[in-house]
Design a protein around this ligand. Structure first.
Ligand SMILES: C[S@@+](CC[C@H](N)C(=O)[O-])C[C@H]1O[C@@H](n2cnc3c(N)ncnc32)[C@H](O)[C@@H]1O
Length: 449
């Protein structure tokens, strides 16, 4: 751990840095969380680049010990809602935004799943109706037959129709998440990568996925997970259960989506352009073709799923338009000398330079917008993976720290964790090599302490 806590003024940054350092002193591999398995609501759906719940939970516990007046946490890049659940398990209010409708659907379900009994009964009803249904007209969308074989498409059509027959929106949303995870398992796209990528012909011929059977098993597991979730909430003291949860689908670059005031930010931003890192949008594209859009909330925008790449194009760093604007470049490089030095190594490869500049421009704006509602003295926690561009490692931690310092924040500490073997797989299969072998949590405080 590298520590540079503020020297004067508010003692909280120093106290927090010390509290975080203590874990490692007692156990050098503490932050690795090498053997943890996702449990309860955290395991409803496999979203890309999910954080380790226990790690974020530890950060929240240390934050609460140092700043007990913390009541509201903000995650501008909500994803699967890991920080949301860990905040709820500590009775904290939570505000989250994400551009991806799959992320906000999942987070809404995590925030308020049905009880185990309600969930299990709904799964049984859906499966009974779907199994009994006669032939229907298949649910249509572009390229459906590329992504699903005809038996699977028929079973998914029946499951979809059956879920639509449920009366309660809260139950339907839970069932859509079960269907989304089913789709991940039964589509023709490989489960080993987050990109949409059809299996080789011989693998496709050997695969015999059954959608209703898969849904039955996922539904049963998720009902049990909902039970675990509620047992954890019910074990909280009465005065700690009331944290309100608010979720908005939209870009953090649009001011309107940002909350008014928060005590802390805890998040993991996307790392760069979606071609070479994690394509969250592609990963969610197929489920979003099957889920009834009426259940995705008034903030759903159908334009986002008009093609497999659309959502990723409108995500952070997804558009290269005007990326080489010299005034923007000068401003960003003045704020971050680490970015300036890195860009200097890319002068001979303008295409890569353009990608880095597009990402940094969006990223700096995202940091600016998302930290605006943070109260003075409030802490922010940035979980950051490593990323390589043209064979070189992008100094994302330094760039983040420098952008934030230019916005008036100061460094508290940085935690470095080794990624366990299983988690490296994500990077390898996404063709970015060993770029995610370590992960950093950068901790900053708002104000020049
Ligand atoms: C690293 S993931 C977050 C994962 C999350 N921490 C978890 O544990 O599941 C980054 C998220 O940023 C979202 N994102 C990308 N661009 C965005 C934008 N402009 N505004 C809001 N969210 C965005 C992606 O959809 C993705 O869910």
């Amino acid at each position: 751990m590298h520590t540079s806590a503020a020297e004067v003024g508010d003692s909280r940054p120093k106290e927090l840095a010390l509290a975080l350092a203590r874990h490692e002193r007692d156990d050098p591999g503490f932050w690795d969380f090498a053997t943890n398995r996702r449990q309860g609501g955290h395991a409803f759906f496999q979203y890309p680049a999910m954080m380790v719940p226990e790690l974020q939970g530890t950060l929240l516990d240390d934050l609460l010990a140092v700043a007990p007046d913390t009541t509201c946490i903000y995650d501008p890049f909500l994803g699967s809602g890991t920080v949301l659940l860990e905040s709820a398990y500590r009775g904290l209010a939570f505000f989250g935004t994400d551009i991806n409708p799959m992320a906000t659907l999942l987070s809404r379900v995590k925030a308020d799943p049905p009880s185990e009994e309600e969930a299990a009964a709904a799964v049984t009803r859906v499966v009974t109706r779907a199994s009994a249904a006669g032939d229907e007209e298949l649910h249509e969308f572009t390229n459906r037959d590329k992504w699903f074989n005809s038996d699977v498409a028929l079973e998914l059509t029946r499951l979809r129709a059956s879920i639509c027959k449920e009366n309660e929106a809260r139950l339907r949303r839970f069932l859509w998440v079960c269907l989304a995870e089913t789709i991940r398992m039964v589509s023709n796209s490989r489960t080993s990568t987050f990109k949409l990528h059809v299996y080789a012909a011989k693998d496709l011929a050997a695969r015999k996925p059954h959608a209703i059977e898969t849904f039955t098993s996922i539904g049963a597991s998720n009902a049990a997970r909902a039970g675990e979730h509620w047992r954890r909430i019910h074990s909280l003291p009465e005065d700690r259960k009331a944290g309100a949860i608010s979720i908005v689908r939209g870009s953090v670059l649009d001011d309107v989506n940002v909350p008014v005031r928060v005590d802390a930010i805890m998040t993991s931003p996307p790392y760069g352009d979606n071609d070479t890192t994690v394509p969250y949008g592609q990963h969610s594209y197929l489920p979003l073709q099957w889920i009834d859009h009426a259940d995705l909330g008034a903030d759903f925008d159908a334009d986002l799923i008009r093609s497999t790449g659309r959502l990723d194009t409108v995500s952070l760093g997804g558009s290269l338009v005007n990326a080489l604007n010299p005034a923007d470049r000068a401003r960003l490089e003045t704020a971050s000398p680490a970015l300036r030095d890195f860009n200097a190594t890319l002068e001979a490869t303008p295409a890569l330079l353009k990608k880095v500049l597009s990402f940094s421009r969006d990223y700096e704006l995202a940091l600016r917008r998302s930290t605006r509602p943070l109260r003075e003295g409030g802490f922010s926690f940035w979980t950051l993976g490593q990323r390589r561009v043209g064979g070189l490692e992008l100094p994302l931690v330094r760039i983040t720290a420098e952008f934030l310092m230019a916005l008036g924040h100061s460094e508290v500490t940085t935690i470095i964790r080794q990624l366990p073997r299983g988690r490296k797989r994500m990077a390898m299969r996404n063709n970015i090599g060993a770029t995610m072998a370590t992960e950093h949590v950068l901790v900053m405080a708002k104000g020049n302490q």
